[in-house]
Write a protein that binds this ligand. Structure first.
Ligand code: DQA
Length: 147
């Protein structure tokens, strides 16, 4: 069975309590169960991971090359700052989708640049929790077209 990794970066553990005007009421636990359900429906195995630490996220991305068929990542604020995450993403040849709950292009100037998106196949943003479901649909197509 195909297997994907879904990574969430810093402060996303606070969803539901944090800046609801941008992120709504959804919680990370809810996103986790929505993703698990969608992956199950699509007969894809999935692992869901969140960390507030850049190094931990980088090491998790390293595990993709030999352990997974693709990655969905919401790098959160590291999107806008981390060349280290960009390099880690570039080091895997597997399909990669970047997700943002909010529309980063409709927010502050410093959020309008995604450094990490230079390494991914595509980016989905502004659709709230549904962005993760759209990303699962997109990655499935990429994984199977890679075969
Ligand atoms: C975010 C957008 C980022 O700019 C922000 O730092 C986040 C969440 C999103 O999902 O909309 O933490 O990645």
């Amino acid at each position: 069975m195909k297997k994907i990794l879904i990574i969430n970066g810093p402060n996303l553990n606070l969803l539901g309590n944090r800046e609801k005007n941008f992120y709504g009421d959804t919680s990370l636990e809810r996103i986790k169960s929505l993703c698990a359900e969608e992956c199950k429906k699509n007969e894809i195995e999935s692992e869901f991971f969140q960390s507030n630490h850049e190094g931990e996220i980088i090491e998790k991305i390293h595990s993709v090359q030999n352990g997974f068929d693709g990655i969905i990542i919401n790098p959160a604020a590291y999107t806008h700052t981390s060349i280290a995450l960009l390099d880690a993403l570039r080091a895997t040849s597997k399909p990669k989708i970047e997700v943002h709950i909010s529309n980063i292009y409709a927010r502050e100037d410093y959020r309008r640049k995604s450094i990490t998106s230079e390494a991914v196949n595509g980016i989905i943003c502004g659709f709230g929790e549904n962005g993760y479901i759209l990303a699962i649909e997109a990655i499935k197509k990429l994984i199977y077209s890679n075969d």
